[in-house]
Design a binder for this molecule. Structure first.
Ligand SMILES: [Zn+2]
Length: 202
């Protein structure tokens, strides 16, 4: 609501759900997806409670997202501009998980955020953090890295663009580190800069 690009709520919109509650079924035949909401909404002039529309039926997609950030070097082999040179970013990863059989556990979670951090963040820290990501075809850069003592190097089967990092995490890292949990990774967003992100999802 604080987004200045949003249109301010018009008087008509502000009255939605209050002014036109629609047909009023009896208590025993309330339609799916409509509830009376008793908190935070004003009463209608006649004192009745407004109807509030909900998504039909129970929530079908309950997902949990963990944000992680790591400093990673890379270059885009064949890039037309400066991305062809070795450089790095503070990559931000938004990793979204979803239950395989049940959307939530007995406590109401998709999965504990701490587990996502430990599993996915642990892998990313070990393999990519303060390391260099290179395409396995990038012989020149791989050779150069081999001369830097202790340099962490991770080779990918394709250029290490943000798009491909998202794909790699979704297709390989997620199944690897979450395979024994009740969730799977369904979406990976990779912010390479504050203004540019790529994502992969299933
Ligand atoms: Zn870059």
């Amino acid at each position: 609501m604080n987004d200045p690009t949003n249109e301010p709520a018009s008087p008509q919109r502000a009255q939605e759900g209050v002014g036109d509650p629609g047909p009023k079924p009896g208590p025993s035949d309330e339609p799916t997806g409509r509830v009376r909401w008793f908190q935070g909404l004003p009463e209608t002039p006649d004192g009745s409670r407004p109807w509030v529309e909900l998504a039909a039926g129970p929530a079908r997609t309950v997902r949990a997202t963990r944000r992680l950030q790591f400093a990673i070097g890379h270059r885009v082999l064949g890039h037309e501009g400066k991305c062809a040179y070795l450089h790095g970013h503070n990559f931000v990863f938004l990793l979204t998980a979803m239950g395989i059989d049940q959307p939530q556990d007995d406590l109401g979670r998709v999965i504990d955020f701490g587990v996502l951090k430990a599993r996915l963040g642990g892998w990313l820290e070990r393999a990519w953090d303060h390391g260099m990501l290179l395409w396995s075809n990038d012989v020149e850069a791989i050779t150069a890295m081999s001369h830097v003592q202790g340099q962490k190097l991770f080779m990918l089967p394709y250029n290490p663009t943000a798009e491909n990092l998202a794909r790699y995490i979704l297709e390989h890292v997620g199944p690897l580190v979450l395979g024994d949990t009740r969730v799977r990774l369904v979406k990976v967003e990779v912010w390479e800069t504050e203004n540019g992100k790529a994502e992969a999802s299933i």
